[in-house]
Write a protein that binds this ligand. Structure first.
Ligand SMILES: NC(=O)c1ccc[n+]([C@@H]2O[C@H](COP(=O)([O-])OP(=O)(O)OC[C@H]3O[C@@H](n4cnc5c(N)ncnc54)[C@H](O)[C@@H]3O)[C@@H](O)[C@H]2O)c1
Ligand SMILES: O=C(O)C(=O)C[C@]1(C(=O)O)C=C[C@@H](O)C=C1
Length: 370
């Protein structure tokens, strides 16, 4: 049985770092988890629910004491931390891993580290959300999700085993691959779809200005395909710039595909259009089903409210009357001055269902879940 990590420093206790802390605490409660984050509220939330044991204040001092450093920040920030740690005089071995959505750039840097106390294992759990911060962290986020590891060339198999043992509570499926393979695959299945989702929302905005009803008619299809456009723009800027080469090639390919479809449409080529949809349907239907956990429930309810003073208090009053607590309430932009949308977030799906019934039946509100 290999030795476990005693003191773990997690930098970035947001969605991914926070979810990792929760799953480490579940299976390896003996590990001392020290959190650091630029956002104090994420740290305080994490400490409050004992996802971390301590809040660190001095990065260098904490690195010197840690056995494992988990970098859970946006990709470009992770690169800066790794460069900083490489310069330190470490008195004992330190294993470092990250969770960044791209692997080529970080592994390129990891292979040039000169500090012989460091071992770097790139990591990327393939599950997430459009939400950010510890508030969105979930102990089950990585259940049944692939967890990619890209150990650098000097790292021993035993060190990789130690990391996997610590992360056992994620219930992720660990898989090793090269950074280049990782970036090629995620470029296609994750990064390009994010660009397309955001471009679709931007495309829609033009018509929203001319025909405001566009917003209201955007139903399940538009909402499903654009959910990820609500993700953190800073994180996605880093991802695109970090996987630039792959994405430039993929976008050229995508443009070619769009040009082909445009051509079939202009020529009203019924058979080719049918074949396109049929082969896409077959491929989509053949995707492996994901078991519970990997697709997180967002516990959100969207409520349409008339733009009257006191309307928000009425909604929260109905929920308070039934003892249903909210974890977040957001007013979604409303330019029509007729109805606005409240995004209510609850602790679990059961509360979402109770709130849905109360607000539709007792309150007469129109509610939907995504
Ligand atoms: N969101 C996803 O779906 C997803 C999935 C897998 C991997 N990732 C990767 O995980 C990493 C974190 O993403 P996330 O979704 O948890 O984002 P997040 O915004 O929820 O968390 C990132 C945290 O890092 C903190 N941070 C940023 N710069 C910092 C700095 N200089 N010092 C200290 N703290 C700093 C932020 O305050 C934030 O709390 C990214 O590299 C991302 O590419 C994201
Ligand atoms: O489900 C989502 O919201 C995600 O965007 C998660 C998602 C993805 O599937 O593209 C996003 C980035 C990650 O690096 C891994 C997973």
């Amino acid at each position: 049985m290999s030795e476990t990590f005693r003191r773990v420093l997690i930098v970035g206790t947001g969605l991914i770092g926070g979810s990792l802390c929760l799953s480490i605490k579940k299976e390896c409660p003996q590990a001392i988890l020290v959190g650091m984050d630029a956002n104090e509220s994420s740290l305080e939330e994490a400490l409050k629910v004992r996802a971390i044991d301590e809040i660190g204040t001095d990065f260098v001092a904490e690195v010197l004491k840690a056995d494992l450093l988990l970098l859970c920040t946006p990709v470009k920030q992770t690169l800066s931390f790794l460069k900083e740690v490489d310069k330190l005089s470490l008195m004992r071995p330190l294993v470092i891993s990250d969770v960044g959505s791209t692997k080529g750039e970080i592994m390129g840097l990891a292979e040039t580290l000169t500090n012989d106390q460091l071992s770097f294992i790139g990591g990327h759990p393939m599950a997430g959300s459009h939400k950010s911060g510890f508030i969105a962290a979930d102990v089950d986020l990585f259940e049944n999700a692939y967890y990619v590891l890209t150990p650098s060339s000097t790292v021993s198999a035993e060190t990789v085993d130690r990391l996997q043992a610590l992360l056992k509570g994620t219930r992720g499926k660990f898989v090793e691959m090269t950074a280049a393979e990782h970036d090629q695959i995620t470029g296609v299945v994750s990064h390009l779809p994010h660009i397309i989702a955001s471009a679709l929302v931007k495309h829609n905005q033009v018509l929203v200005k001319q025909l405001p009803m566009t917003k209201k008619l955007a139903a399940g299809g538009f909402r499903d395909i654009t959910r990820i456009a609500s993700s953190d723009p800073a994180m996605w800027t880093d991802i695109l710039l970090s996987n630039q080469e792959v994405l430039v090639a993929e976008m050229k390919d995508w443009q070619k595909q769009m040009a082909d479809i445009l051509n079939w449409l202009e020529r009203a080529d019924k058979q080719t259009i049918f074949d396109f949809f049929a082969s896409a349907k077959n491929a989509r239907d053949a995707l492996p089903q994901r078991k519970s956990g990997a697709i997180p429930a967002f516990n959100d309810l969207f409520v349409q409210v008339p733009d009257h003073p006191g309307e928000i208090a009425k909604v929260t009053g109905i929920l308070a009357g039934a003892n249903v607590s909210l974890t977040n309430l957001k007013i979604i932009e409303n330019r029509e001055d007729i109805f606005g949308t409240l995004q209510l977030t609850f602790k679990n799906q059961q509360d979402v269902k109770i709130a849905f019934n109360l607000l539709t039946k007792d309150g007469g509100y129109t509610c939907y879940e995504k």
